[in-house]
Design a protein around this ligand. Structure first.
Ligand SMILES: [Ca+2]
Length: 277
């Protein structure tokens, strides 16, 4: 009788949960676009809002703030009258009741508050640079915004409009010692501005004082799809003329239990032994 000894068959199973798909908070795909001013590219509206631009007059990289808006063909998209862009996110925008102020997505343009002392320069001290009385801004556009779940059926917001408030604020703190925005304190582009704010409240404040009104938000205009009776959408359309920098989904607060989602998984070891005689 043959004896077969199979020894030890060890089967090691390493069960890794599929890598948790961390949804991109910014638009990821251009579904359609038309009517850009020559030299501009709709794909500049994908990804994060612009945080700095190279200013050839200042010969320096300038941080984007409430008093210095994004510009340039590499950074923003300028649409002619009749021009438009339709963007998609990698996951739908949801009318989540946990979204701050009920807002579900944010559109960033390139408006900026006017200052009382001329244009912002590379060495401008934001702790003393005051916003014009009344909170007047430049680079303000009034762009119609529509949304769709399937790309075919659209609903248009009567208000608000994109391309105006609020100016993008890339950083949430001013480093007085360095005389620069604190790059260790990025603003939250997924946090909407308090909808009760008015531009007049910014008039006369220094840019650093006005940070308190931003409350950590990166600015932009926020939209509530619940206002249109929608539960979720996957497409956003903006119609020109005007400038668009970026689109962001609002993050619900409190955050979902991402720790649970991000669990790496489980590892198991099965040792199987078979003996035959
Ligand atoms: Ca909502």
């Amino acid at each position: 009788m043959a004896t077969k000894f199979f020894g030890t068959i060890s089967l090691v199973l390493i069960i890794l949960a599929a890598p948790a798909a961390v949804a991109d908070p910014f638009a990821t795909t251009i579904y359609d676009s038309s009517g850009l001013v020559e030299g501009y590219d709709a794909t500049t509206t994908l990804g994060s809002p612009t945080t700095s631009v190279y200013d050839s007059w200042e010969a320096a990289d300038m941080d984007i703030s409430m008093v210095y808006g994004a510009w340039g063909t590499d950074n923003v998209a300028l649409f002619a009258p009749g021009g438009y862009v339709i963007v998609q996110f990698d996951t739908p925008v949801v009318n989540n009741p946990l979204n701050p102020y009920g807002a579900d997505f944010i559109i960033f343009g390139n408006s900026a508050f006017l200052g009382q002392a001329g244009w912002v320069q590379a060495d401008t001290d934001m702790a003393s640079y005051a916003i014009a009385e009344g909170g007047a801004a430049f680079g303000v556009d009034a762009m119609s915004v529509s949304v769709s779940a399937n790309g075919d059926d659209w609903l248009t917001f009567t208000s608000p409009l994109a391309g105006g408030l609020w100016p993008t604020q890339a950083y949430s703190a001013w480093d007085a010692q360095a005389g620069a925005w604190d790059h260790n304190s990025p603003a939250d582009f997924t946090l909407p501005m308090n909808p009760n704010l008015t531009p007049e409240q910014f008039g006369g404040l220094t840019a650093v004082e006005a940070l308190a009104l931003y409350g950590g938000s990166g600015g932009g205009m926020a939209f509530d799809i619940g206002q249109l009776g929608l539960d979720e959408i996957s497409f956003i359309r903006v119609d020109g003329p005007g400038v668009i920098d970026a689109f962001a989904k609002v993050s619900p607060v409190p955050e979902p239990a991402t720790a649970a989602i991000l669990l790496l998984g489980a590892a198991g070891i099965l040792i199987r032994r078979r003996n035959r005689k």
